[in-house]
Design a protein around this ligand. Structure first.
Ligand code: UDP
Length: 480
């Protein structure tokens, strides 16, 4: 059978699966055949906590397939991302046989695979397979991290050549990086991707990240979850090395807008691609709060904090006297199993002004009129969701691209404050009040302007909208 058939393969982390799933749905809305690969455990989670069945029922051209598990999701042992490198390596190994079968499959109903959209973090996987099988195939890398971090990842070898790296200990962290095109004198050492730090969290070495980023040069094109107006300077640098870049973001919003204007899907429902059980009780609580009065606090899917850090945040939030909705993931705090109580001195303030859930419907929360700010770990999806909702941020980055994202939030986009490398109750209290009260108008103005640009980009004639048309055209152009 003739036609375009895209094989999509994300790394099994929520922050990677989620935007790729949004793209899969957008492609299916354009009637492309898409086969989306997940690991068993991720697929089971999406079935249990999300509604992946209704997703496949709504799109006859969207198919799911699974590979064996290479790790047990949700076993956060307090070591943060220490298994990330192993997960990526073993995912690649487990995926190969299935991908090989799908690439060679012949079917009267489904066209042969003409294009692979692979998570860029999986390196040369698709190129290796294509050359092993000797088949012509278009290979596109989707980099799910922010472009403002992808660019430093790519530029790292040059920073070593100019002696701006390595970082020479704690006393070197405020040194300014001057030789990064498009970002001259913007980043301090502490704002570089976390893997550049001596003794960085996790087992992904700076050499590995750098090599794996260079491997995207072998792809035919690159997809980035951003919009031109947000990352113009960085994108112009990236394009000097990657001539074909599709900027389709913010993908979650892009999809919502497309679905709102099409009757192709059975309704405008936003399918949940959650890995955790969503607690919606916070929505009724938010309904009862005044406009812009609540700080939303969430550190994403894999950040962990010590008990001491937790206490600094908690005291700071309560002392700020602002209302807060806090996502307290069961595995957020190292060693929390033994101590689940609200500390006595914080009980009154927490009950009076706070609300806690284990997992929130974040997109909906950020869009709620009661939300006036977001204390975030600066994961790229969270950052984009906040930008789309026009919600100013306080950033407490944990690892990977988050260090760069938080710098851009405060110094480039000017939509919030960067609390990087500090965890102190007085600072938390002050920043919360600066964001929600003293500098509220200033931050709100730039956040709302950015939200408008994001919205325009995915509307007809907008940059991401046009980029999506170009991508569809590109994918279809390879069909014989
Ligand atoms: N998220 C959510 N509910 C929560 C916390 C997070 O739905 O209570 C979602 C959030 O909307 C975002 C994703 O989890 O889409 C986290 O992705 P991000 O890239 O921000 O962080 P990471 O996965 O790297 O921790």
């Amino acid at each position: 059978m003739a036609g375009a058939h895209v094989l999509m393969f994300p790394c099994p982390f929520q922050g990677h699966v989620q935007p790729m799933l949004k793209l899969a749905e957008l492609l299916a809305l354009h009637h492309l055949h898409v086969t989306f690969i997940n690991t068993h455990s991720i697929h089971n989670r999406l079935t249990r906590y999300g509604d992946i069945q209704s997703l496949s029922a709504s799109y006859p051209t969207l198919h799911f397939n699974t590979i064996a598990d290479c790790y047990s999701f949700g076993n956060n042992t307090g070591s943060g991302d220490t298994t990330a490198g192993n997960i990526i390596l073993s995912t690649t190994l487990h995926a190969k046989p299935l991908l090989r079968n799908i690439l060679l499959a012949q079917s009267p109903e489904i066209p042969k695979v003409t294009c692979i959209i692979q998570d860029g973090i999986l390196g040369s996987l698709s190129n290796d397979l294509a050359s092993e099988l000797g088949i012509p195939i278009t290979i596109i890398h989707f980099r799910t991290s922010s472009p403002c971090c992808f660019w430093p990842y790519f530029w790292l070898p040059n920073l070593f050549k100019t002696n701006e790296l390595p970082i020479r200990g704690d006393e070197d962290m405020d040194r300014i990086i001057s030789n990064m095109p498009g970002m001259e004198n913007l980043l301090r050492c502490r704002d570089l991707p976390s893997f550049c730090r001596p003794g960085a969290k996790g087992n992904l070495s700076i050499d590995w990240v750098s090599l794996q980023t260079q491997q995207s040069l072998a792809a035919d094109a690159l997809i980035l979850n951003t919009f031109e107006e947000l990352d113009r300077l960085v994108l112009s640098q990236i394009r000097l090395h990657f001539p074909k870049v599709y900027t389709l973001g913010p993908l979650h919003h892009h999809l919502n807008v497309r679905k709102a204007e099409t009757n192709e899907a059975n309704d405008n429902t936003s399918f949940r691609s959650s890995f955790f059980e969503v607690d919606r009780s916070c929505m009724a609580w938010l309904d009862a709060q005044a406009k812009g009065s609540v700080l939303y606090v969430s550190f994403g899917t894999s950040t962990i904090v010590t008990r001491e850090e937790l206490m600094e945040f908690w005291h700071g939030l309560v002392n700020s006297k602002r209302r807060f909705l806090w996502v307290m993931r069961p595995d957020l705090v190292v060693g929390r199993e033994n101590d689940d109580r609200i500390p006595e001195e914080l009980e009154e303030g927490t009950k009076e002004r706070g609300f806690m859930v284990e997992w929130a419907p974040q997109e909906e929360v950020l869009a709620h009129k009661a939300i006036g700010g977001f204390l975030t770990h600066s994961g790229w999806n969270s950052t984009l969701e906040s930008l789309v909702a026009g919600v100013p941020m306080i950033c407490w980055p944990y690892f990977a691209d988050q260090q760069v994202n938080s710098r851009f939030v405060s110094e480039v986009w000017k939509v919030g404050l960067d609390m990087k490398d500090v965890c102190d109750r007085d600072v938390v209290e002050k920043m919360v009040n600066d964001l929600m009260v003293h500098r509220r108008d200033e931050f709100l103005k730039s956040a709302q302007a950015m939200a408008m640009l994001a919205n325009q980009s995915v509307s007809p004639g907008g940059s991401s909208h046009s980029s999506m048309q170009d991508l569809i055209h590109y994918i279809k152009s390879f069909v014989l």
